[in-house]
Design a protein around this ligand. Structure first.
Ligand code: CP3
Length: 360
């Protein structure tokens, strides 16, 4: 494999010295980019786009061709996993993802099994193809949904406002949910390890809905299964550590617990103060985040001021990867994204001087 030309992102995740704060954006390839919409139109559908390694490679690289981002993220979706388990993923126009066969009956839950990874071959092929196309420009991030977040979609049958089906199961039949989560955790372990083998240089676990759980239930039904799956991950590949990022949206109250999951970095949403998060867990893990994606609607000068505020809040030294606090909105003006990336690179250098690296 070609040598990495820019490994700033990987070093920051391991809290090693860097010259500036690296930046990438959750959902950086997507509908806010006109070139994405054009490729998606050619593909015919979002799933066709995910299943073509050529087109998935093309859209993965689109944001990197526009902005000097410090990492690429595999273009795919977290719901490819339940699809491979036989649930039948489809996207209803304007309604988001849905499953033809949601997991509702006890017999179906008992029959749930780790799918053959050959069902997800198209994802691993996309990873290899993207690595070749990147030719060492920046590292490639692989990803998966967390066992709990995947279970939310599998049991609710799509997105949800109340999570009433999965929560009812959690309170009425906890053993059924535990069984589902165990199968999901074993599946995600195999899935992420296959992405790492194919060339993913860091992996992120998207626990997008862990934050809807009650105190105690989060630890039992979401975090425990992330800990289990992280323990099974290949942590080194091609002579380099493969860092693991855990992002629980709404997890700000549980940072100490998340930092003890075995991950290298914790993703933060915008409700968290970076300085306080660093005091709480910054000697154990790196932090990633946490610009409010809606603030990207504001004028470039306001975007820059908010970037400067977040960088100052984290303060000097390594261990911060700049990102949004959740995925970018499809209505974001692309030039505001350019202002954000530029502002991160420009304003962060002062926090990474030689004196700061020495711990001054
Ligand atoms: O970050 C990236 O650029 C990589 C690609 C990526 C997508 N989905 C592409 C996508 C990633 C990392 C995801 C993760 C994902 N998918 C999550 C976890 C992150 C989060 O946002 O919390 C979740 C919950 C999903 C499930 C999902 N997929 C939803 C709810 C939707 C509909 C959202 C919407 O905005 O309509 C999708 C579809 C999807 N996944 C799109 C993209 C670019 C839009 C599809 C389109 O082109 O129509």
């Amino acid at each position: 494999m070609t040598a990495l030309q820019n490994d700033t992102f990987l070093r920051a995740l391991l809290r090693e010295p860097t010259e500036y704060t690296p930046v990438w954006l959750m959902r950086q390839a997507g509908r806010y980019l006109p070139e994405y919409c054009e490729t998606r139109r050619q593909a015919g559908s979002f799933l066709a786009l995910c299943k073509s390694k050529e087109l998935a490679t093309e859209v993965t690289l689109q944001p990197l061709d526009r902005y000097p981002l410090d990492a690429a993220i595999l273009f795919s979706d977290i719901l490819t996993v339940p699809d491979a388990m036989g649930l039948g993923l489809y996207f209803a126009e304007g309604e988001g993802p849905k499953f033809e066969r949601p997991l509702r009956e006890e017999a179906a839950i008992r029959a749930l099994a780790v799918p053959d990874m050959s069902e997800l071959r198209y994802v691993f092929d996309a990873v290899s193809s993207i690595r070749t196309a990147l030719a060492g420009r920046v590292p490639l991030i692989g990803f998966s949904g967390s066992p709990f977040t995947l279970a939310c979609y599998m049991i609710e049958g799509g997105g949800s406002d109340s999570y009433s089906r999965i929560k009812t199961m959690m309170y009425d039949r906890p053993e059924l949910l535990h069984h589902t989560l165990d199968v999901n955790a074993r599946t995600v372990t195999a899935y992420l390890n296959a992405q790492i083998e194919a060339g993913a240089q860091a992996v992120q676990i998207f626990d997008s809905w862990g934050g809807v759980l009650a105190y105690g239930k989060y630890q039992e039904f979401s975090l425990a299964y992330m800990r289990q799956l992280i323990a099974g991950l290949k942590r080194e590949h091609d002579g380099r550590r493969v860092p693991v990022i855990v992002f629980t949206k709404g997890g700000g109250l549980w940072l100490e617990d998340i930092a003890a999951s075995g991950c290298d970095a914790v993703g933060l949403d915008w409700t968290v103060d970076l300085a306080e998060a660093r005091r709480r867990v910054g000697d154990k893990v790196a932090l990633q985040g946490n610009f409010d994606p809606v603030a990207l609607f504001a004028k470039p000068a306001a975007v820059e001021a908010e970037v400067a505020r977040l960088l100052a809040s984290f303060g000097s030294g390594s261990g911060h990867v700049f990102n949004l606090g959740h995925g970018i909105s499809q209505f974001t003006p692309p030039e505001h994204v350019g202002a954000l990336v530029q502002a991160v690179h420009k304003h962060s250098r002062q926090y990474h001087s030689a004196a700061h690296q020495a711990g001054a």
